[in-house]
Design a protein around this ligand. Structure first.
Ligand SMILES: Nc1ncnc2c1ncn2[C@@H]1O[C@H](COP(=O)(O)OP(=O)(O)OP(=O)(O)O)[C@@H](O)[C@H]1O
Length: 239
């Protein structure tokens, strides 16, 4: 295994109201891996993702990206490397026009205007929404918004792409388009999903979380044969 791109050491997180969402998580992800994270509702998956680019910080333990600690002083560097696409695109899109949402990251990175325009065009093309630049982000369908949210992260050309439920609300054609797009990207991928088809098509490694802990971490094809783990991971109905 290469040096980890993502490393969580004994990570514990308790929300301000006292709810413990993560407990002693240890996880290493190597450059180029595509790793799915599954688990029943409330297992802690979104909380884990939010640690990867420092939206929240562990109560205990450490998170490192390419060996760099995810702490306040390093957030600019970390956020240029790790792009997180939230489950709800309304948490990500806040500009009047699509162009501004997709350009926001590159502008923050201080890129020249020509490069910003190029990246916006390429990112919209990658998600199949060329020509949407002047549309209002808030007057799009949910599936379109999800793809714009992905474009707004792709435009930063991150080394690590962390996606929370990327296929929810996509129609079958859009979902397979997304899978093909994600497969074509030469980045490390961490995908929170309950979608068996997406996980099998995209992620050779599967981590199952339960009640803030890692219950299983292994080859997707092996875990897919273990019904007990699939139920625990919210990937199969009990009974
Ligand atoms: N802002 C918050 N304040 C307090 N508790 C929270 C907060 N956000 C989440 N939690 C709690 O933390 C735990 C983990 O939540 P999280 O959203 O990480 O789960 P999840 O695995 O992503 O769930 P889902 O599949 O439903 O999206 C849950 O018990 C949840 O109720």
């Amino acid at each position: 295994m290469n040096d980890p791109v993502i490393r969580l050491d004994d990570l514990t997180y308790t929300y301000p109201d006292g709810r413990r969402a993560l407990e002693s998580i240890n996880l290493s992800i190597a450059k180029g891996e595509s790793v799915a994270i599954a688990g029943a509702n409330g297992a802690g998956k979104s909380t884990l993702l939010m640690h990867l680019n420092g939206i929240i910080h562990g109560t205990n333990g450490a998170v490192k990206v390419c060996g760099i600690p995810v702490v306040a002083a390093n957030l600019k560097t970390i956020r240029a490397r790790v792009g997180v696409v939230f489950q709800n695109p309304d948490d990500q899109l806040f500009c009047p026009e699509v162009f501004d949402d997709v350009a926001f990251g590159p502008i923050n990175m201080g890129l020249p205007e020509g490069e910003i325009k190029k990246r916006v065009g390429e990112s919209l093309a990658a998600v199949g929404l060329s020509g949407y630049e002047k549309r209002s982000s808030h007057h799009l369908s949910l599936g379109e918004k999800k793809r714009i949210a992905l474009a707004s992260v792709l435009s930063m050309q991150p080394e690590v792409l962390a996606l929370d439920e990327p296929s929810s609300n996509l129609d079958p054609a859009a979902k397979w388009g997304l899978i093909q797009l994600l497969k074509s990207l030469d980045v490390t991928k961490i995908v929170v999903s309950h979608d068996l088809e997406l996980i099998e098509a995209l992620c050779p490694r599967l981590v199952i979380m339960s009640k803030g802990k890692i219950l299983a971490d292994g080859e997707t094809c092996g875990i897919m044969k273990n019904r007990e783990l699939l139920v625990a991971g919210g990937l199969a109905a009990p009974g």
